[in-house]
Design a protein around this ligand. Structure first.
Ligand SMILES: Cc1ncc(COP(=O)(O)O)c(C=O)c1O
Length: 386
C-alpha cells in the first residue's frame, strides 16, 4: 500500500526525463507534452538557459532566506514590474500563495484606507484560485469547498460575466476587491466578456475597489501576450502569477500598484523560501527568453495555426476556446476519458471543468510537433465516435 495520501487521481504513468516538447516514461515510451505540467513548463523540458541558470546557481548558493538582500530577486522584480504595469513585487512559492498574498493585501487596504469598513472580496462562480483556506474561499465551486465549510466569511460570489449581478453585489459599499481570471482555466477555459471586465475596471476606479487578476494560468506568454490583461486594454491593481514563472522551479509572485503594495511593511507578510536565489535564477532566465525578440509573436502565430487546424478538422460537436496557446476544447465526452485516450496515443493533455480539455503545448514548440499533437488529438476525438 502506498504511503502517499490519496488526494490526487493520477494517470498511470511516470516520467523519468524530458527534452523540449517530449516526456519519456520508465519503459521508453515517448509522449508529446501538450500539458506542460498544467502550463508550467512553458519553455519545454530541459530548456538550456533555465537548466544552465539553475545548475550554476545551485553550485553558488541555493537559499539564504529573506533575512538578507537577494540580488537576483531585486533584478527579477525590476524586470516583471517593467514588463507589466509598474507595480511592486512579493515572491512566494505557488499560485495559491500568490492569491493568498493578494487577498491579504486587499484586506489590508480595506482595513487601512477604508478604516475597516470594506472587507468583502467578490469572486466569480466557476473560478479557481487555489486550495488554501482563503483561496478556496474565493474559489466559487461547490466541489472544491465540499467537506471544508464553513468558508471564510468575507467572500461574495457572482456569476461570471453578469454585469447586473456585479452592480448589485458592489452596491453595499463594503467591497474591498473584485477578483477574477480572464480565462477560467480549471473551469474549462471560459473567457471573460470584455464589457464585463471594463465594467469591473470602471466600478473599481469610481469606488476605490482593488481589481485582482489571477494570471497564475493565463500569464507568462500562454495567450501570446506576456499577461492576458494586455488582450483587453485594461490593467489590474493587483496580479497574481505562478506556474510558468520559473519553468517548473516552484515560484509565485504578486504584482501590486504602489497604493496597495506599500501597505506590506516589515512583518505584515512573508515566506521563508519565496524568491530564493535558485528560483530567481530560473525565473530570470524565463523572462529573458519570453521578452526576447519575436517570442510572443511566434506564440500568437502557433496559436492561430493550432486553432485553425482544430476548427477545420474536429467534428462540429466540439467547440474551441481560448487565445494563443491557451486552448480549451469542449467535447461531448468526459474530460478524463479524452485525456486517457490521448495518453494511450502518447499525447498528454489536461482535463478542464465538466466538459472540456486543455491543450497547453510548450510555447516554443516547433511547428512539426505542434501539428503532430493536433493530429493525434483530432484522431483520438474521431476514434471516440462523435
Ligand atoms: C488560475 C489559478 N489560480 C491559482 C491556482 C493555484 O495554484 P497552485 O496549485 O500553484 O497553488 C491555479 C492552479 O491550477 C490556477 O489555475
Amino acid at each position: 500500500m502506498s504511503s502517499l495520501m490519496s488526494n490526487y487521481g493520477r494517470f498511470n504513468v511516470s516520467f523519468t526525463h524530458g527534452e523540449k516538447a517530449y516526456l519519456y516514461d520508465s519503459n521508453g515510451g515517448k509522449y508529446l507534452d501538450f500539458a506542460s505540467g498544467i502550463s508550467v513548463t512553458n519553455l519545454g523540458h530541459n530548456f538550456e538557459p533555465v537548466t544552465k541558470a539553475v545548475c550554476e546557481q545551485a553550485k553558488k548558493v541555493i537559499h539564504t532566506s529573506n533575512l538578507y538582500e537577494i540580488e537576483q530577486q531585486s533584478i527579477l522584480a525590476d524586470k516583471i514590474s517593467k514588463a507589466s504595469f509598474g507595480g511592486k513585487l512579493f515572491f512566494c512559492n505557488s499560485g495559491a500563495e500568490a492569491n493568498e498574498a493578494a487577498i491579504k493585501l486587499a484586506r489590508l487596504y480595506g482595513n487601512t484606507i477604508h478604516h475597516g469598513k470594506r472587507y468583502k472580496i467578490i469572486s466569480m462562480y466557476n473560478s479557481f484560485h487555489g486550495r488554501t483556506y482563503a483561496t478556496m474561499g474565493a474559489t466559487a465551486q461547490e466541489k472544491i469547498q465540499k467537506g471544508f465549510t464553513p468558508m471564510p466569511a468575507f467572500n461574495q460570489y457572482i456569476p461570471f460575466n453578469d454585469i447586473n449581478a456585479l452592480k448589485q453585489a458592489v452596491s453595499l459599499n463594503d467591497t474591498c476587491a473584485i477578483m477574477l481570471e480572464l480565462f477560467q482555466g480549471e473551469g474549462g477555459v471560459m473567457p471573460v466578456d470584455v464589457e464585463f471586465l471594463k465594467e469591473i475596471r470602471k466600478i473599481c476606479d469610481e469606488q476605490d475597489i482593488l481589481m485582482i487578476l489571477d494570471e497564475v494560468q493565463t500569464g507568462y506568454g500562454r495567450t501570446g501576450y506576456l499577461f492576458a490583461y494586455e488582450l483587453f486594454g485594461i490593467e489590474p491593481d493587483i496580479m497574481s502569477l505562478s506556474k510558468s514563472i520559473a519553468n517548473g522551479v516552484p515560484m509565485g509572485a504578486v504584482v501590486a500598484k504602489d497604493k496597495a503594495a506599500s501597505l506590506f511593511t516589515a512583518g505584515t507578510h512573508g515566506s521563508t523560501f519565496g524568491g530564493n536565489p535558485l528560483a530567481c535564477a530560473a525565473a530570470n532566465a524565463v523572462i529573458d527568453e519570453m521578452m526576447s525578440n519575436g517570442f510572443l509573436d511566434s506564440v500568437k502565430e502557433k496559436g492561430k495555426k493550432l486553432k485553425e487546424y482544430l476548427n477545420n478538422n474536429l467534428p462540429k460537436e466540439c467547440t474551441i476556446k481560448g487565445e494563443g496557446l491557451l486552448i480549451g476544447v469542449k467535447t461531448p465526452y468526459i474530460p478524463k476519458d479524452v485525456a486517457d485516450c490521448c495518453l494511450k496515443n502518447y499525447l498528454l493533455i489536461v482535463p478542464a471543468g465538466n466538459n472540456s480539455v486543455r491543450l497547453y503545448p510548450p510555447l516554443n514548440i516547433c511547428d512539426d510537433d505542434l501539428m503532430k499533437g493536433a493530429e493525434i488529438f483530432v484522431s483520438v476525438i474521431k476514434e471516440m465516435g462523435v
